[in-house]
Design a protein around this ligand. Sequence first.
Ligand SMILES: *Cc1c(COP(=O)(O)O)cnc(C)c1O
Length: 342
Amino acid sequence: MEHKDIDWSNLDFSYRKTNKRYVADYKDGAWNEGALVEDDTITMSECAGVLQYAQTVFEGLKAYTTEDGRIVTFRPDLNAERLEASAKRLEMPVFPKDRFIKAVDEVVGANREFVPPYGSGATLYIRPYMFGISPVIGVSPARDYQFRVFSTPVGPYFKGGAKPITIKVSDFDRAAPHGTGNIKAGLNYAMSLHAIVTAHNEGYDENMYLDPGTRTKVEETGGANFLFVTKDNKIVTPKSDSILPSITRRSLVYVAKEYLGLEVEERPVYLSEVGDFVECGLCGTAAVISPVGKIVDHGRDICMASGMDDMGPVTKELYNTLTGIQMGRIDAPEGWIHEIKN
Ligand SMILES: *Cc1c(COP(=O)(O)O)cnc(C)c1O
C-alpha cells in the first residue's frame, strides 16, 4: 500500500479527513448491520439527545506499524469493554465487543495509506463514539443512537524529546463523588475546558485534579492517569472510583510487575505525600507516559528529583518497555497486539 504524501514527523494532533469511517444505527431497540461510508458529516434533529443533554461517550486508541511491518492496534478489547461501561452509565445501548473490534479493523483497513510508517513516531488515531441521535426535550435517554468510528493521522507526541512538564493543582474538579469521572463521557471534558484554559493562561501545561469529596487526594489530569515512583523504585498509582481507568496505566502496571520486577501499589495518594516521590508521569494513549517535573500547589513548588530536563530513569524504562512491546521489539503478553488483516 502506497502511503499518503504526508510529513509524518510534523503532524500535530488535529483532525484530518481520511477515506472511510464506520457508522451503525440503533433504532427500534436494535443495531443495524453498519457500514463504512465516505461522508464525514452527520445530519440530525436539532433536538438530538447529544445536542441537548450531552448524551455521548467515546474511546481513543491508535493503529501503527510495527518493526516487522504489520499494522496493529493495542488491546482494542479493553476499549470495547470500557465503551460498554460508559454507555451503560449514560443509559445508552451496548455496542457488542466483537462488532466494536471488527468496526475498528474495517476503519483501519480502509485507511491503510494513512497509517504512518514504523519509526516515524506518528500513529493513526482512532475515535469510536456513540451518541443519542433522536429528539429529546423532556430529560430522558434518547430512543435512537449512532455508533461511529473515524480515524485521523497524528504526529509524534514528543517532538524533539520528552521534556518534563509543569502542572498545577487545580481549584476546579473534573468529576463529582459518585458522578461520571470513571467513564469516558464528553461531558467530563466539557467541564474541564475552563480549567485547562485557565491553567494554560497561567503558564501551566496541565491540571492535577484532587478527589472531589475531600480535595486531599490526587486523582488525575484532564485526560491522563498518574504514576509516581518512590525513592526505592516502587510504583504508586492513585486508586479512586472517580478516576478514568486508563488502559495505558493498567498496561504499565503489568509491565512494571511482570517485565521489570517492580513493586506496584494502587492506593489512595495524598497530595501531602507527593513531595516524597522522585518521579511522576502521566499515562494515556497519546503519550504513553509523559514526565512531570514540577507540581505547583498554590505557590508551593513540588519538584521531582528527576528534574526538568529528562524523564526519570524508572519512567524511561517503563516507557521503553511498553513502547517496545507495542512496536513488536519486545514479546507482548497474550492478546495485547491485535493485527489488522483486512
Ligand atoms: C482516555 C482518558 C485517559 C487515558 O486512558 P487511556 O486508555 O490510557 O488512553 C485518562 N484519563 C481520562 C480522563 C481519559 O478520558
